[in-house]
Design a protein around this ligand. Structure first.
Ligand code: ZN
Length: 177
């Protein structure tokens, strides 16, 4: 067994809960999945497919909130061209880490580095989806964006039973433990 002593584990849990609480408010708790975390200080490239620059800008501004709390850098625009990154179905080699689409059903995201794990997914496929956002933003769009980017940064729901908050939106089947 490589379990931490109870007291230490409790401290870790409390810390993670506090971080998640600060990020997401008191009602939704996340647990971070240690094996799925990005490297500290890593630049994670976020690319879009479909939608408009205006939509990308709103998503980027909202998701960037995570950078105030975590030691991670989300990069939405190519510094060479100042254009938002786009991904395509023809992409190979995981050149972009978070691949956002708007044309699938529901709101969901792969967890952390699962989005660049060839055992789980492929380049040229979405790792995060905001269904319908390109047509019309729902009233709670910004909370949804923060929530899904939390998953993309490695947070999972604390309670993953079938009545969990995010069950309907999430592709559990793609996240083997
Ligand atoms: Zn969720």
């Amino acid at each position: 067994m490589d379990a931490l002593p109870d007291e230490l584990q409790q401290a870790v849990d409390e810390h993670e809960r506090a971080v998640a609480g600060a990020l997401r408010g008191p009602n939704l708790e996340f647990v971070i999945s240690k094996g799925k975390r990005w490297t500290r200080g890593q630049t994670v490239v976020v690319a879009f497919r479909g939608g408009s620059d205006e939509l990308y800008g709103r998503i980027a501004a909202t998701a960037s909130e995570w950078m105030r709390h975590g030691n991670i850098r989300l990069e939405f625009k190519d510094p060479q061209t100042s254009a938002f990154y786009q991904w395509s179905l023809a992409d190979r080699g995981f050149t972009t880490q978070i691949r956002v689409s708007f044309d699938q059903t529901g709101y969901w995201s792969l967890i952390g580095t699962d989005s660049v794990n060839a055992a789980i997914t492929r380049s040229g496929t979405a790792s995060m989806n905001f269904g319908g956002f390109a047509q019309r933003l729902p009233q709670d769009w910004s909370a949804t964006v923060l929530h899904e980017f939390g998953h993309a940064l490695g947070f999972q729901h604390e309670h993953q039973h079938p009545t969990g908050v995010c069950e309907a939106e999430f592709r559990w089947v793609l996240v083997p433990e």
